[in-house]
Design a binder for this molecule. Structure first.
Ligand SMILES: O=c1[nH]c(=O)c2[nH]c(=O)[nH]c2[nH]1
Length: 297
């Protein structure tokens, strides 16, 4: 007889847009929420009993009711409230995992907004046995340095053709996930998630632009370290940095020199791309961010 292994179920891709309009200046929050529950679901899978199956339709409704009645203070706080709700209100639910993506809108005017690029803020909160695990993050943060990047002295074999460079364009699209040490409800309710997020984002950007780079690996470590050194509540950060290559265009067929310097012209290639990934930990911290979480599909 086969045996049931890991299982979870829930509602994916619930899109909720909330408008706060206390005065003339409106606030817009735009989230995609995913709920995944696990617990006593063996009967559901083995014999088709739905006694412990809270409908995924209910989860979707809960997202809208919570957004309406409690508001959305931050992706982390919203996810934490939802996660705790499902575990504490359903005796058969042992663990809830709530993932939130926040789509960014930039203000145009009091009640007008423009969708800003591809950048997305993320939060992922797990709740089980009265403990939380909170991961914050972002995706789609694209950055580029036009100099202060070298790459040379690398290992070589029979297939190595890459030219060494002491001045190149360095560009990447940051995917970051960081784990908070906070685990109890009081600490989570008291935290200023939006301020912490703004600090983390600012530190990542400052370290990217301020690090004189000998490789994307080195830049990665500097970026994550900057966040860990600034935010005492962050235990670890996982970064996934695609190398968005910019190669000097070969204009020699036209007798035109094209070297690094004023007016250089680059070929920005999409694929294939280098992919540099690592977790950086506060000393003594456990590595708990799943590596698949930040890797591109
Ligand atoms: O920063 C880099 N790291 C690498 O590992 C690598 N490999 C490569 O071909 N170019 C680069 N650049």
């Amino acid at each position: 007889m086969p045996v049931l292994g890991q299982n979870q179920y829930g509602k994916a891709a619930t899109r909720v847009v909330r408008v706060a309009r206390a005065g003339a200046t409106h606030q817009l929050t735009d989230l995609t929420v995913q709920v995944a529950l696990s617990g006593q679901l063996t009967e559901a899978h083995l014999v088709g009993s739905n006694a412990a199956v809270l409908p995924t339709d209910t989860m979707k409704n809960t997202v809208y009711v919570f957004a309406r009645e409690r508001g959305i203070a931050s992706p982390e706080a919203f996810a934490a409230e939802l996660a705790r709700h499902f575990v504490t209100s359903q005796p058969t639910v042992e663990r809830a995992l709530v993932t939130v993506e926040e789509h960014r809108w930039e203000r145009l005017a009091d009640h007008s907004f423009v969708r800003s690029g591809q950048e997305t803020r993320t939060a992922r909160v797990a709740y089980r046995a009265d403990r939380f695990e909170v991961l914050s993050g972002l995706t789609g943060l694209t950055v580029l340095n036009t100099t202060d990047s070298e790459f040379h002295g690398f290992a070589r074999d029979a297939y190595t053709t890459l030219a060494e460079t002491t001045d190149r364009v360095l560009a990447t699209e940051v995917t970051a996930v960081w784990r908070h040490t906070a685990q109890d409800a009081e600490t989570i309710a008291a935290a200023d998630w939006n301020a912490d997020y703004a600090t983390a984002r600012e530190r990542l950007l400052a370290a990217f632009s301020g690090t004189y780079s000998y490789s994307l690996q080195q830049t990665l470590f500097a970026m994550a370290s900057a966040v860990i050194e600034t935010l005492p509540g962050v235990a670890e950060m996982r970064l996934s940095l695609p190398n968005k290559h910019h190669f000097l265009a070969d204009l020699s067929p036209f007798g035109i020199a094209n070297e690094t310097g004023d007016g250089a012209v680059y070929l920005a290639t999409e694929q294939p791309f280098g992919l540099i990934e690592a977790t950086v930990l506060r000393e003594g911290a456990e590595q708990r961010i799943p590596v698949e979480l930040t890797s591109p599909a």
